[in-house]
Design a binder for this molecule. Structure first.
Ligand SMILES: Nc1ncnc2c1ncn2[C@@H]1O[C@H](COP(=O)(O)OP(=O)(O)OP(=O)(O)O)[C@@H](O)[C@H]1O
Ligand SMILES: [Mg+2]
Length: 308
């Protein structure tokens, strides 16, 4: 299974290019396209309604729009349940009372999005391609950075938990059980629920990070022939590079006769930063500007290289 992320500045045509690519790939393979953008327009692009989760569009193409608000709530409730069962004394605080405030905590949306990506990749193994249409750059880079950030924090927490266990061990010995034999601990590291949970989380995030940085993951960067789009794309390329995420296709979208010189300039700058990555130039399709339903069919049929 291959995974594609369409990224880029707001309004450059990520959703349109993701949808057109999904259509292209679905001519030969089974494709699921998932919109992660809180301001969805996938349904509008395909001229159909997407209601409860995954919706069949053709025999080989399924559409899904992630409900970020619901997802954040679910994510938070699940974490509160885990916290309450792991740290029973927290029940005194009754975290449920704070639920309405906690859902506004920084980072909740990013974690909820990442959880949804992980679940989709894990569950939807029947598809040959999963295409993620992402929100504008900032949020996308933040949630794609999360596995690495989280692994760092979890390792730190594992260290702290080990120190706590060692202190317990010391206290246990001070209390002393008068015995000539070696002191036997009443617990092992492997029996500690909290360490177990931390290891489990660490393994999950490492697996996800391997998937996102692996050979089956492809980040597509969409941009327009203008300077603002170029600057943001350059920042995005640096961000992807920092995170080890595989940028594999550049799409220069909305090119016209009037902006062709600018398109050539922007493409040259982008090529200079990315060396051998293929570049696809897409013309501004006049018919799309009608804003009529199902405008997808007016965009070019071939965006994704045949070798994918
Ligand atoms: N090649 C094209 N020709 C003509 N119009 C286009 C083309 N690509 C995109 N558009 C139009 O540009 C607008 C923005 O496109 P789209 O919604 O795909 O961008 P986006 O990057 O997903 O935006 P957002 O950041 O808001 O999610 C839409 O009205 C779309 O129809
Ligand atoms: Mg979009």
């Amino acid at each position: 299974m291959k995974i594609l992320f369409f990224t880029g500045k707001g309004g450059v045509g990520k959703s349109t290019m993701a949808a057109a690519s999904a259509w292209q790939l679905s001519q030969k393979s089974r494709v699921l396209i998932v919109s992660l953008d809180p301001a969805h327009n996938l349904g509008d692009i395909f001229g159909t309604g997407i209601k409860h989760g995954k919706t069949k569009f053709t025999n080989t193409l399924y559409l899904n729009e992630v409900n970020l608000r619901e997802l954040s709530k679910e994510y938070l409730q699940k974490e509160i349940n885990v916290l309450s069962s792991t740290y029973r004394y927290l029940q005194v605080l009754n975290l449920d009372n704070y639920f309405s405030i906690l859902k506004y905590s920084p980072g909740i949306e990013e974690y909820a999005l990442l959880t949804s990506i992980e679940k989709t990749i894990r569950d939807e193994v029947d598809f040959d391609y999963i295409i993620f249409d992402t929100p504008p750059t900032g949020l996308t880079l933040r949630f794609l950075a999360l596995p690495k950030v989280t692994i760092t924090w979890i390792n730190r927490l594992i260290g702290i938990r080990r120190q706590i266990l060692e202190k317990r061990y010391t206290i246990h010995r001070i209390r002393g059980t008068l015995s000539s034999e070696e002191t036997i601990l009443d617990y092992k590291e492997e029996d500690d629920d909290i360490l177990k949970r931390l290891w489990e989380l660490s393994n999950n995030y490492q697996a996800l990070d391997r998937t996102l940085c692996g050979s089956d993951c492809n980040v597509v960067l969409v941009f327009n022939p203008d300077i603002l789009s170029l600057r943001e794309s350059q920042r995005l390329i640096e961000g992807l590079d920092d995170l080890g995420l595989p940028l594999r296709l550049l799409v220069d979208n909305k090119v016209t006769e009037e902006n062709e010189d600018m398109a050539t300039y922007v493409e040259k700058q982008m090529k200079g930063m990315t060396q051998d990555i293929p570049l696809e130039r897409i013309q501004l399709a006049k018919t799309l500007l009608d804003g009529r339903k199902g405008a997808l069919y007016d965009v070019p049929e071939s965006i994704i290289p045949d070798s994918w």
